[in-house]
Ligand binder design. Structure first.
Ligand code: FE2
Length: 256
């Protein structure tokens, strides 16, 4: 079974890059399951029902979120009905939406979990370890895939060493910068950060002129997303359905 995981889709540039490249990715990699991180999809912060529906129409089996999950008020009107949308388990508010999507493939149950780092993050509740233990108890499945939405490499590596025997794939998201450390560690596929799908000529998807000015003056400005042409960042991973363990991982970056 091949999983394609596409990293943080930022604004219109990211959405356009996704739409443009997905047919090529499908043809070249022939993935079975498609997972997207959509937490920056609506003008850099959050996701709307319209954008979520467009991802489902493109074939997304699961859309994960992160620290901006609740940035758009619209989310509260549809998150409980959006059965392919998951939000970080250990982030407040805890009482809306779900944090696990169970996918089925050739008789196997594949659980996709959304977990939130604590290091340099806001509004977290439990630790990632407490979260993973609870999610595993509450959601029995054959194969586990984790979107670990966090800031630091150290925290993501600690999680890998805590759960390589429980998870088949751990993908880091949030930093928007793809790391070159994709690996198979004792049968678990891992990359510290898959990187973003958003404007290539930008600061992490944001308008670079604005961010430079903010850094120069220390004065906060309105959050502007870059409209420059988008790049796409992803990993594909092969999972042996019998053993649940690794047979391949490769990272992808498609530049404009
Ligand atoms: Fe994030």
């Amino acid at each position: 079974m091949r999983v394609l995981f596409i990293g943080d889709i930022v604004g219109k540039s990211g959405r356009n890059a996704l739409t443009e490249h997905l047919p090529f990715l499908k043809e070249k990699y022939g993935y079975d399951l498609l997972i997207l991180n959509g937490e920056n999809a609506a003008h850099g912060k959050g996701i709307t029902s319209k954008i979520y529906n467009s991802f489902v129409e493109l074939g997304a089996d699961c859309v994960t979120l992160g620290n901006h999950a609740f940035a758009k008020d619209n989310i509260y009107t549809f998150i409980d009905r959006a059965d392919r949308l998951i939000r970080p388990y250990n982030m407040s508010p805890m009482n809306v939406g779900r944090s696990v999507k169970i996918l089925k493939h050739e008789g196997k149950k594949i659980g996709v979990f959304n977990i939130y780092g604590n290091a340099f993050m806001e509004n977290y509740t439990l630790t990632p370890f407490e979260s993973m233990d609870l999610l595993m108890q509450e959601n029995p499945c054959d194969i586990r895939v984790v979107d670990f939405h966090g800031e630091t490499t150290g925290e993501k590596y600690a999680f890998l060493h805590g759960y390589y025997d429980k998870a088949s794939l751990i993908v880091g998201t949030h930093t928007h910068v793809q790391t070159a450390d994709e690996q198979i560690y004792n049968g678990c596929r891992f990359i510290c950060d898959v990187g973003m799908t958003g404007a290539y000529d930008s600061v992490l998807g944001r308008d670079s002129e604005e961010v430079v000015e903010t850094n120069r003056t220390g004065i906060r400005t309105r959050y502007q997303v870059s409209r420059n042409p988008g790049m796409l960042s992803a990993v594909w991973v092969d999972i042996d359905l019998e053993t649940g363990r690794a047979v391949g991982i490769e990272r992808i970056q498609l530049l404009p």
